[in-house]
Ligand binder design. Structure first.
Ligand code: FES
Ligand SMILES: [Fe+2]
Length: 334
C-alpha cells in the first residue's frame, strides 16, 4: 500500500466555525473544528443514510448531520443519535476519519487513514530572519502538469517574458539528479534573472544560486540565493480530482531591509506569474485530453520535467516501475 503523505487540505483561514466540504484526492471530505478549534477530517458521507455531513453543523464540538442529527466526534465515532431511546445500546458506527493536523497556517490531511511519520512543514517559514506570504490557486489540470511546470525553467523567459526573465540567451549547465525521493537540479552559469522585480532585489553584481527540488509526489521547492539574501518558493499541489488541482504556495524570504518592500511587491508579482501559468496549463490539459496518445518531442532543457514525471509516476501509480537513480548534466539556453 502507498505510504501516507500529508497534503494541504485548506488554509487555516478557510476553515472557520462552519464545516467545510472539500474535494480531496478524488474523494469528498468534510473538515470541521472540534473542541478547542482542533481540526478534523472525515469522509463527507453520513454512515446513517449517506447525506453530506458538510451540510450539517458543529454542535458541542461534534459534527451533526443535517438529516437525522446523528453526531460524530473528531475521530469519526458516532456520539449521539437524537431519536435513539435510552434503552437502545450505544451506537457503534463511525464516519471514516483521516489524520488531520494544523500547522503553520495550513490544515493538512493524510492521503490514507494512516498517519505519516514526519510532521508536515513549510521550508523556512517561521525561522528567524524570514518573512513569508501565502498564495492559493486552483488549476483545472492534473497534478503532474503543475509539478512539472514548477521545475520547467525553459518556459520562464517566454511565457513570463519581462516579468521574470528575458528570452533565452545565455548558455547554462544544469546538474540534475533523480532519486526515489524526487528530482534535484541546480543551474550553473545562470546570470541574474532580468525581470522587473528581480532587478529591484539584486544589488551589486554578485551571482545568483538557483536550485529546483521536486519531492514526490507533490512538492516543488525553488531556491534563489543572492549572497546572504534568500528567496524560497514552495508549492504543494493537492489533487482535488484527477483533473483539478489546488496549489498551496508559500514564499519565504530573507532580504533584511528590503523585506517590507518585498512583502508588498511579491504577492501581485507572483499572482501574475501564476495567472500566466494557469492559462497555459488549462489549455495543455484540454490538449492532452484531446490527443492522449500523441508523441511528445523534447529537448535537453526538458530533463527535469521528464524525471519529475518518472518520480511522480513511481510515487503515485502502484504498478509503476521503481525509480533507478541517475545523474546527468545538460546544457541549454536560459
Ligand atoms: S443521514 Fe445522517 S443522520 Fe440520517
Ligand atoms: Fe511559470
Amino acid at each position: 500500500m502507498a505510504k501516507p503523505v500529508w497534503y494541504p487540505a485548506a488554509t487555516s483561514k478557510e476553515l472557520g466555525r462552519a464545516p467545510l466540504g472539500i474535494a480531496f484526492l478524488g474523494q469528498r471530505l468534510v473538515l470541521f473544528r472540534g473542541k478547542g478549534g482542533v481540526p478534523s477530517a472525515l469522509l463527507d458521507r453520513c454512515p446513517h443514510r449517506g447525506v453530506s455531513l458538510s451540510l450539517g453543523e458543529v454542535r458541542d464540538g461534534d459534527l451533526a448531520c443535517p438529516y437525522h442529527g446523528w453526531r460524530f466526534g473528531t475521530d469519526g465515532r458516532c456520539t449521539l443519535i437524537p431519536s435513539a431511546s435510552n434503552a437502545e445500546p450505544k451506537p457503534k458506527c463511525a464516519a471514516t476519519a483521516f489524520p488531520c493536523v494544523e500547522a503553520q497556517g495550513t490544515v493538512w490531511v493524510s492521503s490514507t487513514q494512516e498517519r505519516p511519520e514526519q510532521a508536515p512543514s513549510w521550508p523556512r517559514v517561521g525561522e528567524p530572519g524570514y518573512r513569508d506570504v501565502e498564495l492559493l490557486n486552483r488549476i483545472e489540470c492534473p497534478q503532474l502538469q503543475v509539478v512539472q511546470n514548477f521545475v520547467d525553467c525553459a518556459h520562464t523567459g517566454i511565457l513570463h517574458r519581462g516579468l521574470f526573465r528575458g528570452e533565452p540567451s545565455k548558455e547554462i549547465r544544469a546538474h540534475v539528479e533523480l532519486t526515489p525521493e524526487g528530482v534535484a537540479s541546480e543551474n550553473f552559469g545562470e546570470t541574474n534573472p532580468t525581470g522587473l522585480l528581480v532587478r529591484l532585489l539584486q544589488r551589486g553584481n554578485g551571482g545568483v544560486r538557483h536550485t529546483d527540488t521536486f519531492r514526490a509526489p507533490h512538492t516543488v521547492e525553488v531556491n534563489y540565493w543572492w549572497g546572504e539574501r534568500h528567496l524560497v518558493t514552495t508549492s504543494i499541489s493537492t489533487p482535488e480530482t484527477a483533473t483539478t488541482t489546488r496549489v498551496y504556495t508559500r514564499i519565504a524570504m530573507k532580504f533584511g531591509l528590503l523585506d517590507p518592500l518585498l512583502l508588498i511587491a511579491i504577492r501581485p508579482f507572483t499572482a501574475r506569474i501564476f495567472q500566466q501559468d494557469k492559462r497555459i496549463l488549462e489549455d495543455q490539459a484540454r490538449q492532452l485530453a484531446r490527443y492522449p496518445d500523441a508523441p511528445r518531442a523534447s529537448s535537453a532543457a526538458d530533463l527535469p520535467c521528464l524525471w519529475v514525471e518518472e518520480a511522480h509516476r513511481a510515487a503515485t501509480e502502484p504498478d509503476a516501475a521503481p525509480v533507478s537513480p541517475r545523474v546527468k548534466d545538460v546544457q541549454y539556453k536560459l
